[in-house]
Design a protein around this ligand. Structure first.
Ligand code: SF4
Length: 890
């Protein structure tokens, strides 16, 4: 007998529904919810591995003040008194909250209410500033509201999908899979990918435009101009529903020039560019998907408007299969926007600068005062901490020492800050060492509330296990501090449903269709109805209790005139140009199987195998120029800082550009925080940082020795100048390197691996001449740990040795093979894992291609199951097919 609970994946903005089943022994299984309209049962590798991330390892269990365990009441009072004292001395703007798109709407609502309505400052900002604030600003400029016009079904109804600045195959995998399926069912559907990199998403592209970094606005301005010159502008729509076309066109004409000129500015082939323009103008049903590649720019807001301009000019918005569609980064970035979690918003999509809106919110909250001007946005907030203007910060559910640009400055800012409070579910993050007070929060599987996904769909997150230690929900922690600050009446909540109803009611006050965000239809729901709430797209009102799929079908917008606004866009280059000293553009983004700062995905063995250490992707010609090859270690320097990563030579990279993922941090590697390298240039309108463009130099990192280490227990690696740790199935994997060789490698290894314990056997090999050492520590004939050292990175593969950790005892053949690190004859080594869902390795796939004559990813799926669950590995399987088949025929 099993209980089934419906909840939501905590990671990306797709917002997939999950079905949690608890077995008789409380064993948890996680499946895709077949009824959820975001995913209809699909999950990506991250969602499917959620069950592996629920252990108690690393959890923060108790409140602590200055590193000492404290009771909740003392900790709450300490925080409340600390904030109150600083506010009394220096005013409300001397304190701040920094929150997260991972919070539930109810948590977010209470945090925003406390800061803006009771403390009286707008100094609350969120890590969503880093991923989508340019979209918020662009949509507000064009539509008068932060409204996503489209729905996921539009991806199936479109005839042309343009993905610009979006590696959906890795970052929004389930939506990518919906496009893959749509393409299979609809041979008319074309896909264009606009991205400087040839990413996994290009696997389904009919056309890939490797646009020069930062030139997207030129490309879309050029499209606007092309529409005008060739008679594709929808004059009737323009007249009835829009304003500002002529100014926007003039800007486009000024910057774009003829096709040749645009192609040159964008670094594109003229014919390919023209083909895209022709497809766009000839196709009525066109969806333009955009994401971080557009948003994370010092001109991100303009880029968003350049895209929206093209949809307005053709009237392609608000109808099935068309519209500009922002794929949101985090699971509840949209919910955060709805409650006003950004420093330049109020609540319920109302404006801080609007007096009537302030009065509505203040009255609804019964608040003594309300913020009347924008607060500090993320980057300027931490700069203001460093300058001493902000003296107390409460960081909730986020890890800014890793994720912000100029991340070492963030450390310095927190070191100086008078009071740092961190609410976290994990004990050791890169940020917690800077906290005066840490407060243990419940996490995904333990919390109840709501989230909103990229298509405005509100879903219930339902807790299904009790929390660990003394952890509490975030809404409870924030309300408790508010009460201790003498705001008891307004924060006397006993459940998330109370908060949700207050939030829903606020959205309907004096609304009557004047504001986009209205969920007043849910303001009177019972506790039972809240528990049973079905996924519904807002607006949700008494007239529309079932919500609304698309917005703006009527042609009415939320601007003062009711008309959509064209924005004149003058494209700007990234703020910092490359120079002789810093000749590469550093682009950052997500890796396939990790999420943010790895606080959850870093604990899942099957998610660690695809990329077990931080890496840097570089074009082979660039790698040759700087004298490094596949698998070497490289140092990446900007004017701000340094990171060290493993080189991946990748033909998909543009020459002159390198890519590094955002996830690695001091908990998983010695020097892999890319945030320490990224510059802090921001978009002047949205405040979003330019994560896609930092001038850097890349040089070989040449240690004295390289190595790897597998161990059943977690180790501290002070002896290595470079290390990275990944979790495996029953072991930890360390990649290591050092700048000084040990005098006595066997003694060094014994010391490191605690070899003094009883029952220990060593199998060893030392060749001083070639500087090679290999040691395997066995306890009762079981591998306990092993270490391989060499003068360069040409070491044996790890996969066969890793597999030995699953064995309770080794046979003779395995013992003999230990020091080679390779599978003995007769045993298989499946190699690096390609398909995380079914744990299928590269050797297994290549072997099957060669021996079974497989020629398509589908045939490989039938034979090995690889690629048949989430599909994220299909592009890699296709690449393997290409290389293996060409080897076979040559
Ligand atoms: Fe979670 Fe993957 Fe769905 Fe995103 S696409 S919500 S990470 S299962």
């Amino acid at each position: 007998m099993t209980d089934s609970i419906k909840t939501i994946c905590p990671y990306c903005g797709v917002g997939c529904g999950l079905l949690i089943e608890k077995g008789p022994d409380d064993e948890i299984s996680v499946k895709g919810d077949p009824d959820h309209p975001a995913n209809y049962g699909r999950l990506c590798s991250k969602g499917a591995a959620l069950g592996q991330t629920m252990g108690p390892e690393g959890r923060l269990l108790y409140p602590k003040i200055n590193g000492q365990r404290a009771g909740w009441s003392d900790a709450i009072q300490h925080v409340a008194d600390g904030f109150a004292k600083i506010i009394k001395q220096h005013g409300p703007d001397s304190v701040a909250f920094y929150v997260s798109g991972q919070l539930l709407t109810e948590d977010y609502y209470v945090a925003n209410k406390l800061m803006k309505g009771f403390i009286g400052s707008a100094n609350i900002d969120t890590n969503s500033r880093l991923c989508m604030s340019s979209t918020v600003a662009g949509q507000k400029r064009a539509f008068g509201s932060d409204t996503v016009p489209c729905c996921y079904e539009d991806l199936e109804q479109a005839k042309l999908i343009v993905l610009t600045g979006s590696n959906a195959a890795w970052c929004h995998p389930v939506l990518y899979q919906r496009i893959v399926s749509a393409k299979k069912q609809n041979s008319d559907l074309k896909v264009v990918v606009i991205d400087p990199r040839r990413t996994a998403t290009c696997d389904i592209a009919d056309l890939h435009l490797p646009v020069a970094s930062g030139s997207d606005a030129v490309l879309f301005n050029g499209l606007l101009n092309y529409m005008h010159e060739n008679g594709y502008v929808n004059e009737l729509y323009l007249q009835q529903y829009t304003e500002g076309f002529n100014e926007a066109l003039k800007s486009a004409q000024n910057t774009a020039g003829d096709l040749e000129n645009i192609a040159n500015q964008c670094g594109l082939d003229k014919d390919a560019l023209e083909e895209f323009y022709r497809w766009f103008v000839d196709t009525e049903r066109v969806v333009t998907v955009y994401s971080q590649g557009v948003n994370q720019s010092s001109s991100g807001t303009d880029k968003v408007n350049a895209i929206i301009n093209c949809h307005l000019a053709t009237g392609r918005i608000g109808r099935p299969g068309m519209g500009p569609f922002s794929f949101t980064g985090q699971t509840n970035a949209m919910g955060g926007r709805e409650v006003g979690g950004l420093a330049n918003q109020l609540a319920a999509h109302m404006d801080i600068e609007n007096k009537e809106h302030r009065e509505i919110v203040q009255k609804h909250w019964g608040s003594p005062l309300i913020a009347d001007r924008q607060g500090l946005k993320a980057v300027e907030l931490f700069q203001s901490i460093e300058s001493g203007k902000v003296k107390a910060i409460w960081i909730i559910c986020t890890n800014p020492v890793v994720s912000l640009p100029e991340a070492d400055q963030v450390k310095k800012a927190l070191e100086k800050c008078e009071l740092v409070v961190v609410s976290e579910c994990i004990e050791n993050t890169d940020t917690t060492p800077y906290a005066d007070v840490v407060l243990p929060a419940k996490t995904w599987s333990e919390k109840d509330g709501t989230v909103t996904n990229s298509e405005r769909c509100i879903s219930r997150q339902r807790g299904f296990v009790s929390g660990v230690g003394e952890s509490r929900p975030d809404w409870w922690i924030i309300s408790s501090v508010a009460k201790a600050m003498n705001f008891s009446d307004a924060f006397d909540y006993s459940s998330p449903v109370q908060i949700f109803k207050e939030h829903a009611a606020l959205s309907g006050v004096n609304n009557g269709g004047s504001r986009d965000f209205d969920i007043s239809g849910l303001s009177l729901i019972s506790d039972g109805q809240y528990d049973d709430l079905q996924p519904t797209q807002w607006p949700i009102t008494s007239e529309r209790p079932d919500g609304q799929q698309r917005m703006f079908a009527s042609g009415r917008f939320y601007t003062d005139t009711g008309k959509a606004q064209f924005i004149a866009v003058s494209p700007r280059k990234p703020v910092q140009p490359v120079t002789d000293s810093f000749p590469f553009v550093l682009n950052t983004g997500r890796s396939r199987d990790q999420w943010h700062t790895m606080a959850r995905t870093g604990f899942a063995a099957r998610l660690s195998e695809h990329a077990p250490e931080p890496y840097l992707e570089m074009h082979p010609n660039d790698a040759q120029t700087i004298g490094v090859g596949e698998g070497s270690l490289v140092s990446v320097f900007s004017q701000l800082g340094e990171a060290v990563a493993r080189l991946r030579v990748d033909h998909g990279q543009c020459q002159g550009s390198v890519f590094m993922p955002i996830h690695w941090n001091d908990q998983f590697t010695s020097l892999g925080r890319v945030g320490a390298v990224v510059n802090a240039e921001v978009d002047p309108v949205s405040g979003q940082p330019e994560f896609k463009h930092t001038p850097v130099k890349v040089v070989p990192y040449r240690p004295e020795w390289h190595g790897f280490l597998l161990s059943r227990r977690k180790l501290e690696l002070r002896e290595a100048s470079y290390w990275s740790r990944a979790i495996g199935d029953g072991f930890y994997r360390y990649e290591i390197a050092g700048e000084q060789s040990a005098d006595d490698w066997p003694a060094w290894a014994r010391n490191l691996l605690c070899a003094s314990e009883a029952d220990t056997n060593w199998v060893e090999y030392l060749d001083k001449g070639s500087k090679q050492y290999r040691g395997v520590r066995l306890v009762s004939n079981r591998v306990e740990s092993c270490i391989f050292i060499a003068p360069d990175h040409q070491l044996p593969p790890r996969s066969w040795l890793e597999g030995l950790f699953a064995k309770q005892s080794l046979n003779d053949v395995e013992r003999k093979g230990l020091l080679t690190g390779r599978a003995p004859v007769g045993q298989k080594d499946q190699g690096r894992v390609i398909c995380a869902c079914f744990q299928v390795g590269i050797n297994t796939i290549m072997d099957a291609i060669r021996t079974q004559g497989l020629t398509t990813p589908e045939a490989i799926g039938d034979a090995l199951k690889a690629g048949t669950n989430c599909g994220s590995c299909v592009p890699e399987i296709r690449e393997l097919l290409g290389t293996t088949l060409s080897q076979k025929t040559s």
